[in-house]
Design a protein around this ligand. Structure first.
Ligand code: SF4
Ligand code: SF4
Length: 280
C-alpha cells in the first residue's frame, strides 16, 4: 500500500506526520519511506538513516547536431515546455526548461538531435532500523524536480507499506509525488490559510482520483472552519494533534514525537488502521 503525506502549504507538520507514521508501524509492517520533497528533503533529520548508496540522476537534454539541422521548427512545435526555439539559422535550447521527455529527438525528421545527460541531483539509499529509506536531493540551481521525483519513485517496493513524504503545495512536483498512491493524508492546521491550502490540495487529489483523509495539526489553535469544510466535502478527519510545546522542542532537536511521547505510537497506529478501514 502506498500512502502519500501531503499538504497544501509548507510548515504544517507534514514530515512530522509522515515520519511518525512510519516509525509507529509495528513489526508486521515492512516499511519503505520515500522523501520526495527533493528541494528540501528533511525526513532524514528525524529518521537518521545509515546511507549506504548514492547515485547521481541525469536529465536527457537535447543537443543539436548543426550540420544535420534544416531549421524546420518541428522540435520547437512539439516541445510543450518552450525549451527549444528555432530561429532562421540557429536552434536555441534552454536546458533549465527541459523536462527530458525525449519528444524533440524522437520527432526530428533529420535525426539532428542527440541527448546529453545533465546532472540534476542525486538519490540516496539507506536504512533506519527496519525502515528502508530513499530520498532525492535536487542540485542547487536546478528547477526540474519532477524527473528526480520520478526516479525516486522508480524504486518503490510495492510489497512494503510505502510512505511518501510529498513536497508542499499543489504544483507539478506534488502531483508527481502523490500520483499512484492508494491513499493520501493531507496535513493542515485550523486557520484560514490552512483551510485555503487544504481546499486546493483536496481538489488536486480529487482530480487524480486519490482518496484522502486529513490530519489537523495544532488542532487547538484557530477556528472550526477546516472541520466544517471536511464535513461538507465528506473528507474524514483521521487525527488531530494539539499544539504542544514538547512536540515543538522535539522537532527542533530532530527527534520524532514518539521518541519523546511514546503514547503517540498508538495514536499513529490508530491512524494507519483508519486508513486501512477506508481502503477496504
Ligand atoms: S526538428 Fe530537427 S531539423 Fe528541425 S529544427 Fe529541430 S533539430 Fe533542426
Ligand atoms: S526533451 Fe522534451 S522538454 Fe526537453 S526540449 Fe525536447 S521536447 Fe522539450
Amino acid at each position: 500500500m502506498i500512502i502519500s503525506v501531503a499538504s497544501g502549504k509548507g510548515g504544517t507538520g507534514k514530515t512530522t506526520v509522515a515520519v511518525n507514521l512510519a516509525l509507529s508501524l509495528d513489526e508486521n509492517q515492512s516499511v519503505q519511506f520515500l522523501d520526495c520533497d527533493v528541494e528540501e528533503p528533511n525526513a532524514h533529520f528525524f529518521l537518521k538513516p545509515q546511507i549506504h548508496k548514492s547515485q547521481p540522476v541525469f536529465l536527457p537534454v537535447p543537443e543539436i547536431i548543426e550540420e544535420k539541422c534544416t531549421y524546420c521548427g518541428k522540435c520547437a512545435e512539439v516541445c510543450a515546455y518552450n525549451a527549444i526555439a528555432v530561429l532562421k539559422d540557429n536552434v536555441l535550447v534552454f536546458p533549465e526548461l527541459c523536462h527530458g521527455c525525449g519528444g524533440c529527438s524522437l520527432l526530428c525528421p533529420e535525426k539532428a538531435i542527440n541527448e546529453k545527460g545533465q546532472k540534476i541531483g542525486k538519490i540516496e539509499f539507506g536504512a533506519s532500523n527496519d525502515i528502508q529509506f530513499i530520498h532525492g536531493k535536487l542540485d542547487i540551481g536546478q528547477a526540474m524536480s519532477p524527473p528526480l521525483i520520478r526516479e525516486v519513485k522508480r524504486h518503490i517496493n510495492s510489497t512494503k507499506t510505502v510512505i511518501i513524504d510529498a513536497p508542499p503545495g499543489t504544483s507539478c512536483p506534488v502531483v508527481e509525488s502523490v500520483k499512484g498512491s492508494d491513499f493520501s493524508l493531507l496535513v493542515t492546521e485550523p486557520t484560514p490559510f490552512g483551510l485555503n491550502d487544504l481546499h486546493l490540495a483536496a481538489e488536486t487529489l480529487k482530480k487524480l482520483e486519490i482518496p484522502c483523509g486529513v490530519v489537523i495539526n495544532r488542532s487547538d489553535i484557530g477556528d472550526s472552519q477546516v472541520e466544517e469544510y471536511c464535513l461538507e466535502q465528506s473528507i474524514p478527519v483521521l487525527m488531530t494533534i494539539p499544539m504542544d510545546r514538547n512536540i515543538a522542542v522535539a522537532y527542533s532537536k530532530g527527534e520524532s514525537i514518539i521518541a519523546t511521547q511514546p503514547d503517540y505510537r498508538e495514536k499513529f497506529q490508530e491512524l494507519f488502521r483508519k486508513i486501512l478501514a477506508i481502503k477496504k
